[in-house]
Design a binder for this molecule. Structure first.
Ligand SMILES: [Zn+2]
Ligand SMILES: [Zn+2]
Length: 441
């Protein structure tokens, strides 16, 4: 991406102009580009080795002790004040650089309980206990890349500290994959002890070309809630259904009918998904069991849609039981993480700076994701924020994959997910550094 920085304005002249002109409302990225690029090029080999080390040593949620210790040591060396053990394994690193806003940059620490199949020389062979069983552990969501960009951004900001003012609040959260880590840090007093930031940023890798970023104003990820419904019936011999109240039939009807909440009750123009992913009932073919338990997930972007779906799901479950003459079912609809809603003003401001840095065509509007993220727990405390997507693949591979018959590239959570390391780190550090500096002028 070096060619994009070919405009050779004199960085030193621009810097002194900036220092003498007093407070500037917005960052002018043009004169900064060559200087930032130089800083990034210099630190990329070291960041690559950090990345490979993190990648080879993944840890599951709330067990990220080695990972957190490594980040803490790196940040201390840079001169940040580091506090570990917030929300069990989370950490916060503070750097004060004069009067100005406090800006939070978030990374996740955790990996996934799955086997890596990339065959890379630094592929993970790690194993850990997961739900009582031994499991492989892999950074297949890209959190290792997020940590590397986070460290690189801290380094770049310190190298350019004459050009911004305020307080950096670098937060590394545990257990994003279970969407409980952010909450744990907040419950441990993150914003009470260290102050609530004025802005927050986070990035997430995605299967887009490297050198590009994806953005959306408004909802960027979905509300994610869980469904746990138990239908109570009356058990009987399989040959004597008249003596039973069949919970399998009730639950089956529910699985089918609940989709009409999506197709007939919710506004078709609004996003909403309900999936029953686990159906547990019975033990043998000739026994009508006395209960059936369903587990599922409910996704939405808007709170009105979310409430409408919850209400419809509960009503549908109760109706099935009433129709069968069964007792009321146990309906547990638990609210999980909220949608990450990007602040449109901050997105507008940041996108402008990204376009100057990467070129207009490389800053791509993307639809909101149906996946969820607990970055929302931080920003729902009233922090204007932006969560954006960082491309990871060679543009040529993306082009080949999009040809008819082309093999799709692995998404996050695939055992084959493998970002192209150097260019992804560079764009990650470049964009995050600019995003932060842009609000610290
Ligand atoms: Zn993930
Ligand atoms: Zn992730």
């Amino acid at each position: 991406m070096q060619h994009r920085f070919a405009r050779t304005l004199c960085a030193c002249a621009a810097l002194s102009a900036m220092l003498t002109s007093g407070h500037a409302a917005e960052l002018d990225p043009q004169p900064l580009q060559p200087q930032l690029q130089q800083v990034i090029d210099k630190m990329t080999p070291q960041l690559r080795s950090v990345y490979e080390d993190l990648h080879a040593h993944p840890e599951l949620g709330f067990e990220e002790t080695r990972t957190a210790a490594k980040l803490a040591a790196e940040m201390r060396q840079l001169g940040f004040e580091v506090t570990e053990g917030i929300g069990k394994t989370g950490l916060v690193a503070i750097y004060r650089n004069g009067a100005g806003p406090t800006v939070m940059v978030r990374t996740e620490l955790d990996a996934l309980p799955m086997e890596e199949k990339t065959g890379l020389p630094y592929a993970s062979k790690a194993k850990a206990q997961y739900n009582g069983k031994e499991s492989f552990v892999t950074h297949s969501c890209g959190h290792d890349m997020h940590m590397t960009s986070w460290l690189g951004t801290a380094q770049a900001l310190l190298a350019l500290k004459a050009q911004w003012k305020g307080t950096l609040m670098f937060v590394a959260q545990p257990s994003e994959e279970t969407v409980t880590g952010a909450r744990a840090m907040l419950a441990d007093g993150l914003f009470k002890k260290f102050g609530k930031p004025d802005y927050a940023f986070a990035l997430h890798t995605g299967p887009m070309p490297y050198g590009t970023v994806g953005y959306v104003a408004g909802p960027a990820t979905s509300n994610s809630d869980s469904l746990d419904i138990t239908f109570h019936g009356l058990g009987s011999h399989g040959s004597m259904p008249e003596k039973s109240i069949d919970p399998v039939l009730m639950a089956s009807r529910f699985v089918v009918d609940v989709q009409s909440v999506i197709s007939r009750e919710k506004d078709p123009a609004e996003f909403g998904v309900v999936t029953v992913g686990a159906f547990n009932a019975g033990s043998a073919g000739n026994i009508i069991p006395d209960q059936a338990r369903l587990l599922g997930t409910i996704r939405s972007y808007k709170s009105e849609v979310r409430s409408k779906m919850h209400e419809g799901i509960e009503r549908t479950a109760k109706a099935q039981a009433a129709m069968a003459g069964a007792p009321a079912p146990e309906v547990k609809l638990l609210k999980g993480s909220d949608a990450v809603v990007n602040d449109p003003t901050l997105v507008g401001r940041t996108v402008k700076i990204f376009k100057t840095a990467l070129g207009d065509k490389n800053v791509i509007p993307v639809p909101p994701a149906s996946a969820s993220e607990d970055f929302s727990d931080f920003i729902n405390q009233g922090v204007p924020s932006m969560f954006y997507i960082l491309g990871v693949y060679d543009p040529k591979r993306i082009a080949a994959a999009s040809q008819p018959g082309g093999k799709p590239l692995p998404y996050n959570h695939s055992p084959f997910f493998a970002p192209d390391v150097d260019p992804t780190i560079k764009t990650g550090v470049q964009t995050m550094t600019l995003a932060v500096m842009n609000v610290m002028q």
